[in-house]
Structures are given as C-alpha cells and as structure tokens.
Write a protein that binds this ligand. Sequence first.
Ligand code: TXA
Ligand code: MG
Length: 361
Amino acid sequence: MGGSSKRLQTELLHAQQGDMGDPAVRRVAELLRGGRLVAFPTETVYGLGADATNAEAVAGIFQAKGRPHSDPLIVHLASAEALPTVAASIPPLAVRLANQFWPGPLTLILPRAEQIPPIVAAGGDTVGVRVPGHAVALALLRVAGVPVAAPSANRFMHTSPTTAAHVLADLDGRIDAVLDAGPCAIGVESTVLDVTVSPPRVLRPGGVTLEALRTVAPDVVGLEPGVTSEPVAAEHVARAPGQMERHYAPRTRLIVFDAQGAEALAAIRAEAEAALARGERVGALLADEEAEALAGLPVTVARLGSHTSLTEISRRLYAALREMDELGLDVIVAHTFGMEGMGLALWDRLRRAAGGEMRRL
Ligand code: TXA
Ligand code: MG
C-alpha cells in the first residue's frame, strides 16, 4: 500500500483447521508475500503483520496504525532455526531462553541483521524477535516463508486487540485482511527482554513471568515498582518507546488503585460513590469474587475472572476495557493484582491504561 492512505477492502478470513493446508492461512500468507498488511492471531494479542524484509510493506504498518517511526516492531519467526536470518549474532543466553520459552510470549532483543531493514527497528541496531505460541500463527509464518514484522493490531496508543472484531474496530479499511482464529489465550503482550545488555533487562513485562525468566537467567533485571521514577527510566523510554506512560489505553478515564483485597474494594466503592454524586456514569473492573463489593450502586461491573487465576484475568482485561469503552461512561475504576507472576504485566498495563498514574492507599 506504500504511502497511500486510500481506503482498502479489509478481507475477514476464518481459520478452519488452522494448519499449513488451511485455505485461509494460505490466502493470508500469499498476501503477506505480496507485501500486503494482514492481521493475524497470536497467543498474546492479534498482530498486524507485513513481510519484515520489505521496507515498503513495513512502512504501511506504521501508516495503518498511526504509529510513529520511532517505535520499533517485533519480528515473528516460525522457528528459532530462522534466527540467523534476522539477528547478526546470537548470545548463548538467547539460545537457552529460546529453547525454554519458544514458541511462546517472549521477545528477545538481539543485534539486527542486515537483511532486516532499519525501519523495522526504528533505525536502531537491534531487533526484537519472537516465535509465537499459536498454531495458526506458526502455520502462517511457515507458509509465508518470510520473517513477519508485527506490532499489536490496534490504532496507536489504544488497547491491544484480543479478537478479530477488536482488530476491525480499529483498522477496518486500513489493512488488507484479518485472519480470525478466535480469542487470544494469554491476552497481554509478550515479555520484551533485552539480551544485548548484561545483565539482561526486561523492557516490558508480559506473558512470560519474571520468575520464569529467572529460572534460566537468574540475574534478569525486572521492571520493578517505582522504576519509572528512577533515572534509568529515560533510557528505558528511549530504548523501548512502546513503554510510554500512556499506552494500551481506553478513551474513557481510568482510575486504578494500586492495592488489593478489602482495602482496594473500599477505595473503589468510595470513588464510585463520589463520581455518582457528581452525576457521572461509572464502570468498574473487578474479579468475579469482588463483584458484590459495589452492590446497591448503579455501576456497570465487568468481571475479569477469578482472582485465583491471574491468567484468566490477563486473558479478559483488554476485552473488558474495550467493552467498558463502548458504554460511554465517564470513569472506570479498577485495582491491581499484586506484582507476582502475571500480576506484574497486569500492573504495568493497568498503570499505562490509566495514563501512567495509580492511586496508592
Ligand atoms: O505479544 C506481542 O509482543 C505482540 C504480538 C503481536 O506479537 N506484539 C506487540 O508489538 O505487542 P508492539 O509493537 O505493540 O510492542 C512491541 C514492543 C514495544 O514496546 C517496542 O518498543 C518494543 O517491543 N521493541 C520492539 N523492538 C525493539 C527493539 N529493537 N529494542 C527495544 N524495544 C523494542
Ligand atoms: Mg502495541
């Protein structure tokens, strides 16, 4: 599509058996090889893909999303065997991490190979790479036979899509096709780990937890609470521009309490009561067990799943934010789910969805 901004006909294709013989997979792979823009499912969120070796096709991704060229893209591979085609060198730690976590929600930052045009990497000398843990994505990558650059398939700054319908809501008429394989299993993006520095550093927490990473690389530096107030933060922002303070965001104002349990629920109730008293329409994101906390108040509650399963909550979070956003509310209230396991990625996304600020109790 080059530099053109003309409206495209976006084809919606449904994966059937989801293997390399699937007609929908073959059609979308053909589009990819022809330099077109296609959204496809992964285990984390839907991606907006283009042939990573085709600079013009990759330029179309930035245009369709309204994304600044300063924000680098992740390159998706069918298998770690293809790593030498995208990375100039592969440290032994990267091999160990790939063996342990691929296919899966881990993006490794590696030195960029010449074959990957600078536009993919925002002009930098590194490239983010991952092998997605999703059968349809893997079939598509195999049939396409090219590395696929793909950010999340949403308009810039918006909540990432976890269904094909979410993709169309943001990008219908701006991309060539959407390959639908149902909702994403993980629901938040991959963990981005920079292995070009020592010790390796998490640039974005995600589907692979810090605890799991440390079983392979015990010295991994995580994104700990308060990191954004430390001097290192500016460097983070420069190296991973996706790490902007407002990101993954609904349009509706979101207030997040960085707390759990009875304390968090009392604060949410008080906030809801105050907003209702101002005549505002209020929504809340709560775990299933917490839904009664706002009983008696005219508040729309989205249930995220049981608080005993942070994977369930991660899977639901973005869809819930989008559903809430459709309701024309004035404010949405929510709370964090601790810092352990998937709690860290939830903490990060809730904070950014709230514009970078959370309320502490
Ligand atoms: O789960 C995911 O990672 C999804 C699916 C589609 O794979 N993709 C995704 O891409 O979330 P995107 O573009 O929305 O987020 C990529 C993140 C951004 O924060 C970007 O700054 C960072 O990865 N990133 C990519 N390449 C990088 C590089 N060379 N150096 C530092 N950060 C990089
Ligand atoms: Mg994104």
